[in-house]
Every structure is written in C-alpha cells, then in structure tokens.
Design a protein around this ligand. Structure first.
Ligand code: GLN
Length: 208
C-alpha cells in the first residue's frame, strides 16, 4: 500500500484524506493516509497534500516543526505534492506577504485573497488541462489566491479563471487556488498523484 501524507498543522485535513482515498480507488491503488503534524513522517510518504487554511499560520508551523525541509526533500526526490489554496501560497516562490516563508516549490508569484470581498467564496466550472476527461471541474474557491506571474516559465498553467491562472504544475507538484478536496470529483487528486508523468509514485495495486 502507498503511504499518503496530509500536512495537518492547520486547515482542511480530513477532506483531503477522503479525496486521496477516492482518487486511489478510482486508480485501483491502495493508500494509507497519515496526518503530518510533526517532523519525521514525511520521509515515509509516497505522496503529500498540503491543504488550504491560513497560509501565514501554515508556513510558520511548517518551519518551526521542521516539516518544511522535509517537504522540500520530498519534492526534490520527485515525489508528488498537491498544494491547494493556502498550500499553493506556501508552495509558491513569492506569496507577496512577508509573513509567509515560501517553500519555493513552484516558481510562481501569487496574490492572496485575489478575487475580492464580494466573491470570497464561489464555485466555477473550470477547464483543467490533463484531467481524465473533458468535463469541467467544479472548482470551489474560498478566499482564494490567484497566480500573478509564472515568471521564468518552469511552471505550466493548467487552468485559468477570470483570465488569471488558478492551477499550475511544475515537475511533481500540482498547485490549485481552489479546493479540490471539497467536491466529490477526485480528478485533481488523481492527476496530481496517479497520472502525473513527472512524479515518481511506486506502482502498488490494491490488495498487495
Ligand atoms: N486566504 C487564505 C490565505 O491567504 C487562503 C484561503 C484558503 O486556503 N481557503 O492564507
């Protein structure tokens, strides 16, 4: 069985765990999901999710708990990371906010809370490159960031909303401004973990 980690220092953790299980089932894989609150667990994970929440808090705790360096090593080893909403902000190279100590895993700059107060929370049918079929993805945005600049072109835009990138990939990392764990549709988790050609996930079938 694969070991999946959900970074659980703060944010919507259980929903990610359930989405990982749904995606694994759809791809005929078996996963055991562990919540990551301390250092020492990430090295055993085949794949990682970094949830939404409050990016300044998540960033501070990841560094103080010694988890930040382990996530960097995970990605350096080519293992998949799905970073959503606040997770994307933390994974970026520029959060536009001094209180966020970015991990620099995706070479993009982001703007926090980019879609305005009137639209704190909304759902949008998104066309996302690389999904298993052409059905729009029901993307839930909650005080979501937008991607401002894909800078040096290491990151590839997978989806845009209102003319602004909201999903990107770079190597084994997928980042979304929205919350793919909040809808039953597990295609984003499937893309990040089981269909990303750049990510090294061991092939472990169910029942092995
Ligand atoms: N607005 C939050 C932040 O900037 C992110 C919101 C979320 O993760 N839902 O940290």
């Amino acid at each position: 069985s694969l070991t999946a980690g959900v970074v659980a220092v703060q944010g919507d953790v259980e929903e990610h765990a359930a989405a990982i299980e749904r995606a694994a089932q759809a791809h005929d894989r078996e996963v055991t999901v562990r919540e990551i609150r301390d250092s020492g667990l990430v090295p055993d994970c085949d794949l990682l999710a970094m949830p939404g929440g409050e990016s300044t808090t998540i960033s501070r705790l990841l560094h103080s708990e010694g988890i930040a360096a382990e996530i960097r090593e995970h990605v350096a080893a080519g293992k998949p990371l799905l970073a959503t909403c606040a997770g994307l902000i933390v994974a970026s190279s520029d959060a536009g906010d001094d209180r966020v100590d970015e991990l620099g895993l995706i070479d993009v700059s982001v703007e926090r809370n980019a879609f305005g107060r009137q639209r704190d929370s909304f759902e949008a049918p998104l066309a996302v490159d690389g999904l298993a079929d052409d059905e729009p993805y029901p993307a839930v945005f909650i005080r979501a960031p937008a991607i401002d600049d894909v800078g040096n072109g290491n990151a590839e835009v997978l989806a845009a909303w209102d003319g602004r990138p909201v999903a990107v990939t770079q190597g084994s990392v997928v980042g979304t401004a929205f919350h793919p764990e909040l809808t039953p549709d597990s295609r984003i988790h499937g893309l990040a973990f089981f269909e990303n050609a750049d990510a090294a996930v061991p092939r472990v079938e169910r029942g092995q």
